[in-house]
Design a protein around this ligand. Structure first.
Ligand code: GDP
Length: 396
């Protein structure tokens, strides 16, 4: 079996283990490094070949799709990550960067359980950082923090260790003010960004390294060493010692919830139906055997497959060839293909169970925000998405 086929088998196996899945989004103010980070995570997780890594913009790539004759969905990628002797399936949903797409960001947030908030160390928290963090929290999506472009603080701004630290503390304090004000009441303390527990990482997406306190303790690399690596032009060496993929995906696995953990508290928040009903119970327990519930987050048109809806399976299992009901469209449709992501490619499967990000071909007429269910078990729609385009509270 080729390495690729083995990886695909792994993904098909992991999609039945919700405790080993992390559905995440990366959110940031424009230019803070979201694209660079996404590309380098994919390359580091071995999901793209060496020759495609590097300068290739992996999340914007029409030519690659044409050159390789495969179907690439720029909006979603998945990775298999080894952490502490276990394998995890990380589904990364692209969230549009510009504030005008606030609605799309919210929709993407609906598909995920956790978010990596990227903040440029030079600019700090900007209005859009605040908006996207606020959107995540309102959707009950747990955040972790990545302070990016630390190389610039050292090489361009020539900051000393205590100045570096002060800058980091200021960013973390500002982000925590939002958590305190906006996070669901029961998580206000638990979701606070905490340097000591490793829910904040520092690094350079461009130079491919990152560090957080648990990794500092393990590798004995401290901020003074990092300053030396940057000043001595040895960031490649640093990237070898503390690779960004290892550190950030480790943080994701450790601190962001699995679908079964998060659906228990998110479903009552985002779905208006009766939680005690079979559909409600199926969703809160991420049960693959109950009534089907899929929330569509994005629809694209593919030249081979036609309309392709991407969404999150909250309950039951969606299967190829079955009839489904589009709640908003009041129409039945036949599912022609279903599948999951392998890196940026789509891989067809017969079934996709609860807890996963799915693509569906054949759900004709589905629009973003649509709810898909069984024709025999009609359910109420997921709650309308609240669009937040302006920060409501200014953090000083
Ligand atoms: P996005 O708009 O958030 O997707 O940001 P990009 O990933 O496109 O990055 C914006 C610019 O910042 C690009 O020119 C990147 O090369 C640069 N950049 C991203 N991360 C880093 C970093 O860690 N260090 C430095 N020096 N530049 C970075």
């Amino acid at each position: 079996m080729s390495r690729r086929d083995k990886m695909i088998e792994k993904i098909k196996d992991l999609m039945y283990k919700p405790e080993s899945i992390r559905n995440i989004g990366i959110v940031a103010h424009i230019d803070h490094g979201k694209t660079t980070l996404s590309d380098n995570l994919l390359a580091g997780a071995g999901m793209i070949s060496e020759e495609l890594a590097g300068d290739q913009r992996f999340l914007d790539f029409d030519e690659q799709e044409q050159a390789r004759g495969i179907t690439i969905d720029a909006a979603n990628v998945s990775m298999v990550h080894h952490y502490d002797g276990k394998e995890y399936l990380i589904n990364l949903i692209d969230t549009p960067g510009h504030v005008d797409f606030g609605g799309d960001v919210t929709r993407a947030m609906r598909a995920v359980d956790g978010a990596v908030v990227v903040v440029c160390a030079v600019e700090g928290i900007m209005p859009q950082t605040e908006t996207v963090l606020r959107q995540a929290l309102k959707e009950h999506v747990k955040p972790v923090l990545f302070i990016n472009k630390v190389d610039r603080l050292i090489n361009e701004l020539k900051l000393e260790p205590d100045e570096l630290q002060n800058r980091f503390l200021k960013i973390i304090a500002e982000a925590n003010k939002l958590v305190k004000n906006v996070a669901p009441e029961e998580f206000r303390d638990a979701w606070k960004f905490d340097v000591a527990d490793g829910s904040v990482a520092f690094g350079s997406a461009y130079h491919n390294w990152a560090i957080n306190v648990p990794i500092m303790q393990k590798t004995k690399i401290n901020f003074k060493d990092i300053i030396d690596y940057c000043n001595d032009d040895k960031q490649k060496e640093l990237a070898h010692k503390v690779p960004i993929t290892e550190v950030l995906l480790g943080m994701v696995v450790e601190h962001l919830p699995s679908p079964n953990e998060s659906q228990a508290y998110r479903v009552p928040h985002i779905w208006d139906g009766d939680i005690e009903s079979p559909a409600g119970q199926t969703m809160t327990t991420t049960d693959p055997n109950g009534p089907l519930a899929v929330m569509v987050t994005n629809v694209t048109v593919d030249k081979h497959a036609g309309e392709v809806a991407t969404g999150r399976v909250y309950g039951g299992t969606i299967s190829k060839g079955t009839e489904v009901f589009l709640v908003g469209g009041h129409a039945k449709a036949r599912v022609q293909q279903v599948g999951v992501y392998f890196g940026p490619e789509r891989v067809n499967t017969d079934n996709v169970p609860a807890g996963n990000i799915v693509y569906v071909a054949g759900a004709r007429g589905a629009i973003a925000g649509e709810t898909i269910c069984d024709p025999e078990h009609k359910i109420v729609e997921f709650e309308g998405l609240e669009h937040i385009s302006e920060p409501v509270v200014t953090v000083a």
